[in-house]
Structures are given as structure tokens and as C-alpha cells.
Design a protein around this ligand. Structure first.
Ligand SMILES: *Cc1c(COP(=O)(O)O)cnc(C)c1O
Length: 572
């Protein structure tokens, strides 16, 4: 698949607070960063004219340690940017609290399949000419308080625009991956009005900015959106910029809401699944949302055994993921054989890390995501006696968990301890292991090595979710609540199974755990243990129906066609 669209689209600056590009670079915390990395990799594959902008994070995100009771502690994740990135000589600066803060770019070049390069610029404020506090601004991801975060967002948005100019880029489109970078619109407005000052901008000049901006929101809960009090904004940005925001109607209720700023300044806004589009419209009335459902970078997330299977049967799949549709005719024995190898890779890693030898013949269900309340890690443990009886009568099963809690999320940390408590109670009946330090490497092993991918978020809080897409690519069916992408990817008994009520019915722990048990007992375990060839049919359909669609090549082509191209180009 090629989208040689540079001439029609012009350059696109893709701004993101976090990005996962290499398993040894701690410049991401979770789904948002993984998505950004996959988007940029797919852009390189299809020759879409993107360039990424992010922050360097010398101190990175953290490494998780868990003691024998599941208590989380955090350790710094040491890394040396010079091993992965090239420092460039260009410089730019931004004003923070009246000080000029100098920034420099480090380059990571993503090379696509036929050599097309997508540059990713990591902005770094750790320069000797800066104040000690300013030097730490590109230090930790999601660390510090509001003042630190706002200063980081000035560097990302406004510093990013200045840096792209210094590097000689002239993007026609500025894509904000979530609200953190929305201040870039203020810099674009300053360019429109010249020396007059942003507070004097005319409606036409504001429209000029809107025509160049695209905004993607990822959060279906109001608390997830960045907001800063006006006096902090005034202190960090200065009077003129604050008045510019005010006169453009971007301050409301005494605060700067980064999502509103992104929405107001963009001609195209989207949610990350069809359901999330509707939720976002309810949260932000008056803004016409579109939806572009997330996808994952297929080559990154397909395990070696499955990739070899695809290479033998649908060799075009790497170049064009749509060919995965033809996985529907791969022999079921071969699908099972490749999966058995992927499962062994995971079981070996579990053995290495925990000393536990899981049973390759027992159904292994996986659950890995950030440890936080709405993800409901404990739903499957609601009735331990029933779970035991299901495993006894319908066939043996085992569970593997992983996930970090944000350092400040005490309730999330408690979730991990609860899983440990349930594991201790189930000892001897259902093996449950929790792997510490969830990261992209472990994510790949888990989504390809388990037999069933479990997801039980409280509706409608899962904007999209992408781990189930990684599982599907690897022939691993999902058992999931109907929320986010699964509303679109679910065909009952064909690509996996649903938990609980239809998507539009509110979550209810009791009904949903009942349904979870019923599906395990009545459908999944009997199929897995008694009719493995029928289980393999489901595995294969997950690849053919979902792997061929929920991938990042399809996603980036939708961004190019629906968001980046100008209206007349689109209809042409
Ligand atoms: C894929 C991935 C995520 C996002 O998965 P969700 O299903 O959205 O929770 C988060 N963290 C890591 C390490 C991943 O690999």
C-alpha cells in the first residue's frame, strides 16, 4: 500500500506527548504512546508525509517492581538517548515565565519498507544556557505538578512549531494527538498576525489557523482532559498570550482546557472509535466529530511464528495489511502450530521471570493494561468458587496479568494487590501469575502467546483499546465487554466473544461477571478443550476479519483521506 500523497497533502507535523518507537526507549507510558509510534511507522510504510514531534524524557517513565504481596514501587528507567537518537545542531526557543528556554532536537528516523523516512524529533531543554528548573522540563513523562506540565506543553506545542521552522520544515497540517500539544495553535496564530500580537487576530486569521489543524481526542472521561487555572496560564505564558487565548474564546470557567483549545482551533476533529465519536459529541456539544478507529502496526505486533506463517501463505501482508483477509484459507493445523510456538515463547518468559511452569495444554487467558479502577481487573474474580468449579468441569484454565499503576494512583496500586490476593486464594486450582514491569516487549509476548484476550472495562470508558487488535493479528480471540473497538470487531463466536449486555446498556458488575462465567463455561473452554479445530477456526477468523482492518496502515490512510487532504482534493 502506498500513499504517495506528499504533493497533495503537504507535510504533516504530528505532535504527541509520548511515543513508543523502540522497546528500550522509555518515552511512552501506555496506549497513547504506542498508538503514536504505530501511526508514524505506518506512515513510513505507506510513504505518507508525516513527521513526529515529542519530548525527550531523559528520566523516562518508570520501571515497576512488585513485592510478594503485589506492592508496587517505582524505579527510574535509565537510558542513554545517544544510543538511539542523533542530536541535531538546530536550536529554537520558547518563552516560559518570561525566561527564554532554549531547546534542541534529537532525530529518530523511521525507515519504511522501501526506504521512505519519517523523522521524529525529540525536543530537549537540558542545555547549559537554561535555568536548572527549565533544564529538567524534558525530564519525566507525566511527572511533576500543573506548573511543570504546562511548561512541558509549551515546549511541545509552541517549541515544536518553532523547531519545525528552524529545521526548514513547512507543514501544511498540524495534527495534535490529544490535547497536550494544543498550544501550537497559538504559535500558528502568532505567525498569521505577525507583530500585531495574537489578541488582535481577526476571524479570518483564526480561520487560517483552523484550516491547518487536526485534533484527535482519546479520552472519554472528563477528568482525563488537561485543564490549567488562568492565573497559572498567565504566569507561564505571559499577558499577551493569555489575552490571545481569551479573545479567541479559549478560556472558560477561569481555566484553559486543552481539549477545548484543540477543538476550537481545528477544522477536523475525531474520536478513536465509532462509539467514542458519539461519546465525544455528548461531552463537547457543537463540535462535529468524525471517527477514525485506531489500528496497530502489524509488523511490530505479529509474533515471529505467526509472521512466518503469513510470509508462507500471504507474502504481501507486510507491504499491504489488507492481504491478511486471505488468512481465512490458511490451514487450521498451521494456525494452531504457529500459535503453539508463540505460546511457548510466553511460557518460557513466565518461567524465567517467576519460576512458574504453566501448562501448555490448559487455556491461558491474558489481561494486561494500566492498573486502574475502570479497567476492572477484578471482574473475573467476583465469585472464586464459581471460577474454580468452571475450571474443574469445563477444563483447566490459567491467567496471566500485567500492568503498571500510575505512581500517584493509589487505587490503581490496590488493584494489583487485589489480583495477588485472588491469585493466592486460587492457588492449586487456577494458576494466576502477575508479570511485573509491563512494557511493549511484554505486550507483544502476551498478546501473541495467550489463548484468549480478556478485557472488561467499565462502559463507556474504553475509547478504543488496541491490545485486543494485537491479539487478533496473532490469532488470539477476545473475550471482552462491548466497548471501544470491540463493538466494531466483535462477531460472536467468529472473532471472539462478548461479555454482558449490548454496547448501549450501562455496565453492571454482577451481570457482566455472570456473563463472563457463562461464556467461559458454556462456549470457550468446551471449544478449546474438546474441539480444538473449531477453536482454531475462531483464531483464523480473528486474523482475517480483524487483523486485515484494525491495523495502522488502514488507520493512516483514513487520516490522509479524511483529515489531511483538502475538501476539493477529497472529492476529486
Ligand atoms: C498495546 C499497549 C497498550 C494499549 O493497550 P490497551 O488495550 O489500549 O490498554 C498499553 N501499554 C502497552 C505496553 C501496550 O503494548
Amino acid at each position: 500500500m502506498r500513499l504517495d500523497s506528499a504533493a497533495r497533502v503537504g507535510e504533516v507535523g504530528y505532535f504527541t506527548m509520548e511515543v513508543a518507537l523502540d522497546q528500550s526507549m522509555p518515552t511512552y507510558s501506555g496506549g497513547l504512546g504506542v498508538l503514536a509510534g504505530d501511526t508514524l511507522k505506518a506512515a513510513a510504510d505507506v510513504r505518507a508525509p508525516l513527521m513526529g514531534i515529542t519530548l525527550l524524557y531523559r528520566a523516562g517513565y518508570f520501571r515497576q517492581r512488585l513485592d510478594e504481596e503485589g506492592r508496587q514501587t517505582e524505579e527510574p528507567w535509565e537510558w542513554d538517548p545517544r544510543e538511539f537518537l542523533t542530536p541535531l545542531p538546530e536550536r529554537a526557543s520558547v518563552s516560559i515565565e518570561g525566561r527564554d528556554v532554549a531547546i534542541r532536537p534529537w532525530l529518530f528516523a523511521i525507515e519504511g519498507r522501501d526506504g521512505h523516512q519519517v523523522p521524529v524529533y525529540f525536543l530537549d531543554a537540558d542545555l547549559p544556557e537554561n535555568d536548572p528548573w527549565d533544564r529538567k522540563l524534558t525530564g519525566t513523562l507525566y511527572g511533576g505538578g500543573p506548573r511543570y506540565r504546562l511548561a512541558q506543553e509549551v515546549i511541545l506545542g509552541m517549541g515544536g512549531v518553532a523547531m519545525l521552522r528552524a529545521l526548514g520544515h513547512r507543514p501544511r497540517i498540524f495534527h495534535m494527538n490529544e490535547g497536550h500539544s494544543a498550544l501550537l495553535s497559538l504559535s500558528l496564530l502568532a505567525q498569521e498576525v505577525g507583530s500585531e500580537g495574537v489578541a488582535t487576530a481577526s476571524a479570518e486569521e483564526r480561520e487560517g489557523v483552523r484550516s491547518r489543524c487536526v485534533f484527535t481526542t482519546h479520552t472519554p472521561v472528563p477528568a482525563g482532559h488537561d485543564r490549567f487555572p488562568v492565573d497559572l496560564v498567565r504566569r507561564v505564558l505571559g499577558d499577551a498570550e493569555t489575552e490571545g487565548l481569551e479573545s479567541a474564546g479559549c478560556l472558560r470557567d477561569g481555566e484553559l482546557n486543552m481539549t477545548y483549545l484543540g477543538l476550537r482551533c481545528s477544522h477536523y476533529v475525531n474520536g478513536v472509535s465509532m462509539r467514542h465519536e458519539k461519546i465525544s459529541e455528548g461531552m463537547f456539544p457543537g463540535y462535529p466529530f468524525d471517527s477514525i478507529t485506531n489500528g496497530v502496526h502489524a509488523e511490530t505486533w505479529t509474533s515471529k511464528p505467526l509472521a512466518e506463517l503469513f510470509d508462507r501463505n500471504v507474502p504481501e501482508w507486510r507491504r499491504d495489511n489488507r492481504y491478511l483477509r486471505y488468512a481465512v484459507s490458511i490451514s487450521r493445523d498451521h494456525v494452531m502450530g504457529a500459535h503453539r510456538q508463540a505460546k511457548k515463547l510466553l511460557l518460557d518468559e513466565v518461567k524465567k521471570r517467576t519460576g512458574r511452569a504453566l501448562d501448555p495444554e490448559a487455556l491461558l487467558a491474558g489481561f494486561a493494561r494500566r492498573a486502574t479502577l475502570y479497567k476492572r481487573h477484578k471482574l473475573i474474580f467476583r465469585d472464586l468458587e464459581r471460577l474454580r468449579s468452571i475450571a474443574r468441569w469445563a477444563g483447566p484454565m490459567q491467567l496471566v496479568f500485567s500492568g503498571k499503576a500510575h505512581p500517584k494512583d493509589d487505587a490503581g496500586k490496590e488493584v494489583i494487590r487485589d489480583v495477588y490476593r485472588a491469585a493466592a486464594e486460587l492457588e492449586g486450582d487456577i494458576p494466576v501469575v502477575y508479570l511485573e514491569d509491563y512494557d511493549v516487549r511484554l505486550g507483544a509476548l502476551l498478546t501473541s502467546g495467550v489463548d484468549l484476550w480478556l478485557n472488561t472495562p467499565r462502559k463507556p470508558q474504553e475509547a478504543s483499546g488496541t491490545s485486543g487488535m494485537k491479539a487478533a493479528l496473532n490469532g488470539v480471540p477476545s473475550l471482552s465487554v462491548l466497548d471501544g473497538w470491540w463493538i466494531e470487531g466483535h462477531v460472536e463466536g467468529v472473532t471472539g466473544w462478548s461479555v454482558g449486555d449490548p454496547w448501549n446498556v450501562e455496565s453492571d458488575d454482577e451481570r457482566e461477571s455472570d456473563s463472563l462465567y457463562e461464556k467461559l463455561e458454556g462456549a470457550i473452554l468446551p471449544l478449546f478443550h474438546n474441539r480444538p479445530d473449531e477453536y482454531a477456526r475462531v483464531m483464523r477468523s480473528a486474523i482475517a476479519l480483524n487483523g486485515s482492518f484494525f491495523n495502522a496502515q488502514r488507520m493512516i490512510s483514513q487520516y490522509v483521506e479524511n483529515a489531511y487532504l483538502e475538501e476539493d482534493e477529497r472529492t476529486a
